[in-house]
Design a protein around this ligand. Structure first.
Ligand code: PRP
Length: 216
């Protein structure tokens, strides 16, 4: 039996995913060793390998088949636009992708004015404004702390993730429009889904059951 390889977005999501898999008896003790420099963790019993990657790289590993399965946020999946199957909503890290900004720009958005939009997610912003709203805007790519942009006059609004809304509130910004709901998803390589169908669908079925039980 060949190894089934998993790419996990490093951080809290990877730990949560491993906890979920542990409930299915899948376990790599080394994963929890904070001292280790190891990049790949193995469960020999189940013939599975796990590696941690930067979230935005997870869809790339999965599309090319370097990983059969990936666990990553829907924000990253939408932004990267890779060819893969999205098979399960883990319900972890629920949040929303929104257009945010000072309240006074709500009208500009409604009237389709040509405004500047700062974001870490230019593909999502482009799809929303150009395809869904059919509004011409100028998109400015940033790499973090996006809420700063309207505060210092780089842009009128931002497209960003809103979880509790406290970052917005503390900076005098508001949700002006909602783009979509987000949460962690399991994605699968399209060839792996055919070649390892039984193993993968069986695993997904078990994971789905756990997610359902947790949500009850
Ligand atoms: C994310 C997001 C918002 C914040 C939203 O940023 O970009 O800034 O969390 O959370 P809240 O609604 O609960 O306040 P993150 O901390 O991931 O870092 P970033 O600023 O580098 O994007």
């Amino acid at each position: 039996m060949r190894y089934l390889t998993f790419a996990l977005a490093k951080g809290r999501l990877a730990r949560k995913t491993m906890e979920l898999l542990e409930q299915l008896g899948i376990c790599c003790e080394e994963f929890y060793d904070s001292e280790t420099r190891r990049l790949i963790f193995t469960d020999e019993t189940h013939k599975m390998k796990f590696f941690l990657a930067k979230a935005s790289d997870v869809p790339t590993y999965v599309e090319y088949g370097a990983a059969d399965v990936g666990v990553v946020g829907r924000d990253t999946i939408l932004e990267e636009g890779r060819k893969l199957y999205e098979v399960l909503d883990l319900g972890l890290g629920r949040c929303r992708m929104c257009v945010c900004g000072p309240e006074r720009f709500r009208e500009c958005l409604k009237h389709h004015e040509r405004i500047r939009v700062a974001t870490k997610y230019p593909a999502i912003a482009k799809d929303y404004f150009y395809n869904r709203k059919q509004q011409t805007v100028e998109i400015i790519k940033l790499n973090g702390s996006v809420e700063l942009a309207p505060l210092v006059g780089l842009s009128e609004v931002i497209v960003d993730i809103v979880e509790t809304g406290s970052t917005l509130r503390e900076n005098g910004l508001a949700v002006l429009e909602e783009i979509c709901d987000l949460s962690a998803r399991v994605v699968v390589n399209q060839v792996s889904m055919k070649m390892e169908n039984e193993r993968i669908t069986d695993l997904i079925r078990q994971m789905r059951k756990l997610v359902k039980e947790r949500n009850q």
